[in-house]
Structures are given as structure tokens and as C-alpha cells.
Design a binder for this molecule. Structure first.
Ligand code: SAH
Length: 366
């Protein structure tokens, strides 16, 4: 097995499979296929999911280690940089992947436990105008093992259990659909770190077909929709994906999703001064959410998270004032929509995703 720091040569391909992407049953099948007893998989899987590499496992034996090395690669993300907020203990990691690419993960400490925000792709191709992750486009998708690896590496580094996951880091999870679904199964495995689906949120900019597919997976995760605007004109101006799936189509699929799963959906709304933060925008938002989601049975709970935009240098957008944020929230509440203003964690370490990777890339470029 290669060492952790060894990297794939650029352009090199490795015919071996990624060990961390295998589900328990697949590992058992592989054991049988190479003439090993099934129980070996039961020995191996929990250790892999604690972040231990096969070459570090003393109970495997040299012969099996060699077989594993011939068939698989195993690489846990490496901590390239780590920033710890002196305000609230939030930890931001810049993780190095096997091919030298980097992604970011953030561990937030709450009273109810530790939550990790993970990335789903290297870069992003959705093009949201306010977002740092999309500058430079999408480089590649993360593998299921790399998605899981962020949780394992962070847990190992901080020495505390991580109990919640939000997929709100770099990338669009539904643009990496199959790998994300496999990751959800992996992270939920009893033999692994066993994080319940109800402790996992997936955030999307609104890929309607992906939401439709997700609905059929019947995983009781929480879905978050990055809405950010109440109408097509405003939304298309800041989120190009809206030209493919407009607000109507997006809210329609949300209604079907709630109908099929009974799972509450939360809406993210980032407030940008002068763009989408007026009381009139709030009225329009309340109207469209109530109209689209509550017209039939009046049952769907609607929750909007208001987030003053994080000012990304390249984007040139300004945060809404505190007064504008509170006024926006009041309008929603007066129309029966729960609104919370997102507490900013790690503001001293640039904790919103995409910024650290961006910073590292630009210092390498200059
Ligand atoms: N692609 C997914 C998940 C990643 S982004 C999505 O769009 O939901 C996670 C959240 O952060 C999204 O709601 C996104 O719109 C928001 N976001 C991105 N850049 C931001 C910024 N500069 N300020 C505030 N929120 C931002």
C-alpha cells in the first residue's frame, strides 16, 4: 500500500479500486473471490472506517495485506492546512487528495455534537455568482471514499466523534449523484461510523432531476434548497442553473418530495445588499412559498435560513445590513414562514467554503 504522502503522477491512471468506496457486502464478496474467509471483511471494515490504513493493521497478516495492495488503493485526505477559530472553536481544514487536488471541510462545535460540512466535488460548475467554489469551474467529482475520508480524517484529527454531516462545502452534491448516494450508504453502515440519515443534510442549488431521483432513494436525510431569490429574473441573474430549472419547477419538485418522504425541506436564502434583500423581495418570497407549497393541504412546514452573503472578493457583492436582515425575517414570520438568521461561525477563519482553496490556488498562481 502506498504511503499517505505519495501522490499519483499527473495523468497517471491506477487500475486498482478505492478500498474505502466498498460496502461491507462487496468487501465480503472480494474476500471470498481471493480465497479468504468472509470474517476477514468484518475485521477490516471497521478499522478502515476509523481511518486506519491496511498496512497499519497488525491483525491482517502479510499475505492478505499484499492481496489488498494489488487490488485497491487507500488514501485518507491529508491535512494541508488547518485553521481554528478563536471565537467559537470552528475548525477549517484544507485537505489534500491523492492526486494533489484540495478540498475544504469545516467542523463546527455545537452543544448537541460536532457537525462536519464536507465538499462533494473539486470546484463546481454551477456558476452561482456569489460563490467562491465555482470560480475556476469543476475539476472533478469526489469518489465515495473521498467523501467519507473527509469525515474520517477530521474525526481522527480532532479526536472527537462527529455526529452530524452537512453537504454544503465545495461542489454540487447532486451533480455527483452516484458517488454521493454510495457515500450516504457507507457513512450509515453499522460496522462503520454509523451516522443516521436524520443527522445528514444535503444542500442543492436545485437540480430538479436529481431531487426527483433522491426522492426515490427513500433515505430520510434533510434536503436543503439554495433558493436565494423569489422570482426567475432575480434568481437567474445570480444562479445560472435557474435558466434550466426555474423557481416554479423547483418548488414543484419540493412539494412532491415532501409529499413522498414527509421530510421537511429547508430553504437557504443568502441576503445580498440591493439584490434580493428588500421587504418587497421578502413579500414575494412568502407569497411564492405559501402559494406553491401550501396551496393544497396547508401542512408543509417551511423553514427559511437567512444568511448575510459572505463577501467573496471576486464576486463584489455586499452583505445586507443587520436591519435589512431582521426586517426580511419579520416579513416572512408575519406570513407564517419560520425564518432564522444563520449564526456565523468561524468568521475569523473565512469558514465559508471555497475561500481557502481559492486563496491557496491564487497564491500558487502568483
Ligand atoms: N451546491 C450546493 C452546496 C454547496 S454551497 C448548493 O448550492 O446548495 C452551500 C451553501 O452556501 C449554498 O446555500 C450556497 O448558495 C451558499 N453560499 C455559497 N457562497 C456563499 C456566500 N459567498 N455567502 C453566503 N452563502 C454562500
Amino acid at each position: 500500500m502506498e504511503t499517505r504522502i505519495q501522490r499519483l503522477e499527473e495523468g497517471a491512471t491506477d487500475p486498482r479500486r478505492e478500498l474505502l468506496s466498498l460496502l461491507p457486502g462487496e468487501l465480503e464478496e472480494w474476500m471470498l473471490s481471493v480465497g479468504e474467509p468472509k470474517y476477514r471483511a468484518k475485521q477490516l471494515f471497521p478499522q478502515l472506517h476509523r481511518g486506519v490504513a491496511p498496512e497499519e493493521m497488525t491483525n491482517l497478516g502479510k499475505r492478505l495485506q499484499q492481496k489488498l495492495q494489488d487490488a485497491f488503493w487507500y488514501h485518507l485526505p491529508v491535512v494541508e492546512r488547518k485553521l481554528v477559530s478563536s471565537l467559537d472553536g470552528t475548525v477549517k481544514y484544507l485537505f489534500g487528495l491523492r492526486d494533489g487536488n484540495c478540498v475544504e471541510s469545516v467542523v463546527m462545535k455545537y452543544r448537541h455534537g460536532n457537525t462536519i460540512c464536507i465538499s462533494s466535488q473539486v470546484g463546481c460548475r454551477m456558476g452561482c455568482k456569489f460563490c467562491a467554489s465555482t470560480i475556476g469551474g469543476r475539476v472533478r467529482d469526489l469518489t465515495p471514499g473521498e467523501l467519507l475520508g473527509q469525515v474520517l480524517a477530521a474525526q481522527k484529527d480532532c479526536g472527537e466523534r462527529i455526529s452530524n454531516i452537512v453537504m454544503m462545502g465545495i461542489g454540487e452534491p447532486l451533480d455527483n449523484y452516484d458517488n454521493v448516494i454510495r457515500f450516504l450508504h457507507l457513512v450509515n453502515c453499522e460496522e462503520g461510523i454509523c451516522i443516521g440519515y436524520r443527522h445528514i443534510s444535503l444542500s442543492t442549488c436545485g437540480l430538479v432531476e436529481g431531487i426527483e431521483r433522491l426522492m426515490r432513494e427513500e433515505l430520510p436525510i434533510t434536503l436543503s434548497i439554495s433558493l436565494h431569490a423569489p422570482d426567475d429574473e432575480t434568481r437567474s441573474a445570480i444562479m445560472p442553473i435557474n435558466r434550466r430549472y426555474g423557481v416554479d419547477a423547483l418548488l414543484d419538485v419540493c412539494r412532491r418530495y415532501y409529499g413522498a418522504t414527509g421530510r421537511r425541506i429547508s430553504f437557504e436564502y443568502t441576503l445580498i445588499a440591493g439584490k434580493n434583500d428588500s421587504p418587497a423581495s421578502a413579500q414575494k418570497l412568502a407569497q411564492v412559498l405559501n402559494g406553491k407549497l401550501r396551496s393544497r393541504q396547508d401542512t408543509m412546514p417551511i423553514h427559511v435560513n437567512l444568511i448575510p452573503v459572505n463577501e467573496v472578493t471576486e464576486a463584489g457583492f455586499r452583505k445586507s445590513s443587520k436591519e435589512a436582515v431582521l426586517a426580511f425575517a419579520r416579513v416572512l414570520e408575519s406570513r407564517g414562514i419560520r425564518a432564522t438568521v444563520r449564526r456565523t461561525l468561524g468568521s475569523d477563519i473565512n469558514a465559508s467554503c471555497g475561500q481557502l482553496r481559492r486563496e491557496t490556488l491564487s497564491s500558487e498562481e502568483s
